[in-house]
Write a protein that binds this ligand. Structure first.
Ligand SMILES: [Zn+2]
Length: 284
C-alpha cells in the first residue's frame, strides 16, 4: 500500500491492515559508479520496500530521496540537504503521518550515509510528548554471500537459476573483492528493477578499489566524515565484476525482500514500544 495511491476514505482500513505501521524508505541522490544512476538507492529502497509490503502489509510513505551525502557535492547529480533541514522536515512529516492514524513509523534505510541522521530523527521524536513512535532499521542486511548460501542450500526455490549462474556467484567469491557502493549487490537490485538503468560494460571505466589512505583513522575508530571518501576518491567502492543477469538479479531481490518482510513483521508485532511511550508520556 503506497500512501499516495490510497484514497482518503481508505486510510482507516489501511491503518488497521498495517497495525498502525507506516514505513518511510530512505534513499539518497548520489553518484553510483560509472555504470549506475544517481537514484540507485532510491530505486532500491522504494522497490524492495513495496515488494516486502505486499507480503507483510504496511503503508509505504513516498521514499525520502535526499539522504545524507554531504562531502560529495562535487559530483554532478548529488543533492545535499543540510542536516538541520532534514531533521526539521522529518519532525513535521512524522507528526503528519501520525495525524492520519499511524502510530508506529519505521525509517527503512537503503543508503550507507543515513544511519546517523536516522538515529537523530528517532531521538528527536523523544524531545517532546507524542502519541507515536519512530524507529529505524537497515534494509540492506543481506549480501551476495546470502545468494551464494541460498543457491547452495535451497536451489529448488530458484528454478530459473542455471548452472552457469551458480558458477558466476562462485567466481565472485573465488577471490577477495571490494564491495559496498555501486557493487555487485546494488547492480543486481537495480537490474531487477529496470535493466536499462545498469550498464555493466561501463563498470570498469573507473577504479573502485580502496586507496587504504584513511585505514589508520578507521582502525583507530576516528570518524571524520571524510574517511570513506579518502579511501574511495571516485565515490565508488567495488571491484570490477560485470556479470549481472536477470536471473541472478531476480533471485537476489527475492532474498532481500524476504529479509525486509521479516523486519516489517517484527516491527508490526511489537507492542512494547507504544506501551513504553504511553507510560513515559504519563510520567512527566
Ligand atoms: Zn547505494
Amino acid at each position: 500500500m503506497l500512501w499516495e495511491n490510497l484514497k482518503s476514505s481508505e486510510f482507516p482500513e489501511a491503518v488497521k491492515k498495517s497495525k498502525g505501521v507506516c514505513v518511510i524508505p530512505l534513499g539518497a541522490m548520489e553518484k553510483h559508479g560509472p555504470h549506475m544512476p544517481v537514484g540507485t538507492d532510491n530505486i532500491i529502497a522504494e522497490r524492495t520496500t513495496l515488494l516486502a509490503a505486499e507480503r507483510e502489509p504496511v503503508v509505504v510513505f513516498p521514499t525520502f530521496h535526499f539522504g545524507q551525502v554531504n562531502g560529495l557535492q562535487h559530483f554532478d547529480g548529488s543533492i545535499c540537504l543540510s542536516q538541520r533541514l532534514t531533521l526539521e522536515l522529518f519532525d513535521e512529516i512524522c507528526d503528519e503521518i501520525a495525524r492520519s492514524g499511524f502510530k508506529k513509523i519505521l525509517l527503512l534505510n537503503s543508503h550507507g550515509g543515513n544511519p546517523a541522521i536516522a538515529q537523530c530523527i528517532c531521538n528527536q521524536a523523544l524531545e517532546k510528548k507524542r502519541d507515536y513512535v519512530v524507529a529505524f532499521a537497515e534494509s540492506y542486511w543481506t549480501y551476495p554471500k546470502d545468494l551464494q548460501k541460498a543457491l547452495k542450500e535451497r536451489r529448488e526455490d530458484f528454478p530459473y537459476i542455471t548452472d552457469e549462474d551458480v558458477a558466476i556467484v562462485e567466481d565472485y567469491f573465488s577471490k577477495p573483492r571490494q564491495a559496498f557502493h555501486a557493487d555487485f549487490d546494488e547492480a543486481l537490485l537495480v537490474h531487477d528493477a529496470d535493466p536499462t538503468l545498469v550498464d555493466m560494460s561501463k563498470m570498469g571505466d573507473e577504479d573502485g578499489e580502496s586507496t587504504h589512505k584513511s585505514d589508520h583513522l578507521t582502525e583507530a575508530k576516528i570518524y571524520t566524515g571524510r574517511n570513506w571518501f579518502i579511501n574511495f576518491p571516485n565515490s565508488f567502492s567495488a571491484s570490477h565484476f560485470p556479470y549481472v543477469n536477470e536471473r541472478l538479479a531476480r533471485a537476489y531481490t527475492e532474498i532481500r525482500v524476504d529479509y525486509i518482510a521479516s523486519v516489517l513483521k517484527a516491527f508490526k508485532d511489537d507492542t512494547t514500544l507504544l506501551q513504553a511511550n504511553e507510560e513515559w508520556n504519563k510520567s512527566w
